[in-house]
Design a protein. Structure first.
Length: 196
């Protein structure tokens, strides 16, 4: 797992959680879709710098779970809602690049597919274990993928003319993410095979 992002994200999340004691985590989950929607709209309208600002709003996606854990408000429905909203958010973020013409659709759809499969494999394996095991194994998780996608757009804005083998910088990074996601998916299948 590419966990070099996690310590910093955890610190930021903990600082933001305390003032949110009275807010229902499910409300935070629903609010969390707004930055992804704003990112989608701004990218397809080619407002890339603004898109990066909206993208930073994805920190809300981390707050709902942190608030639920810290203030003992974890519920099965909350987990279900969070996972569902995450899939919608992933769709908005990844397909924005295709709709904007920044990344070829086969690359966009491949990343979307394997992003979903990574999540599905974990969810299905944990369900099969009757929630007695956690299957958060593999090279890349959603948090790392989202951070790398942010940096792919930033890199494109800094190096818009960079082109290697007819791929722009975002496409190259998406191809790397696809490879990492395929490996993670296979690692989760292997873990499920060995542990279930």
């Amino acid at each position: 797992m590419l966990s070099f992002f996690k310590p910093n994200i955890d610190k930021i999340t903990q600082r933001l959680v305390s003032p949110l004691a009275g807010i229902d985590p499910n409300t935070l989950t629903l609010i969390g879709i707004v930055p992804s929607l704003l990112f989608f709209v701004s990218v397809i309208n080619h407002l890339y710098w603004l898109s990066l600002i909206f993208y930073l709003g994805n920190v809300f996606d981390l707050l709902d779970g942190a608030v639920a854990k810290r203030f003992h408000k974890v519920t099965p429905f909350g987990g279900f809602l969070d996972s569902t909203i995450d899939r919608i958010s992933d769709f908005l973020i990844i397909t924005a690049f295709g709709f904007a013409g920044l990344v070829n659709w086969p690359i966009v759809l491949s990343l979307l597919l394997f992003s979903y499969l990574v999540s599905y494999a974990r969810s299905r394996a944990e369900l099969a274990s009757r929630a007695t095991q956690v299957f958060a194994v593999g090279l890349i998780e959603r948090t790392e993928r989202l951070a790398i996608i942010f940096f792919s757009l930033l890199a494109y804005l800094i190096f818009p003319q960079l082109n290697i083998a007819n791929f722009n910088i975002i496409e190259l990074i998406f191809l790397i993410l696809i490879i990492l996601s395929v490996i993670t998916f296979l690692q989760r299948i292997n873990a499920a095979y060995k542990r279930l």
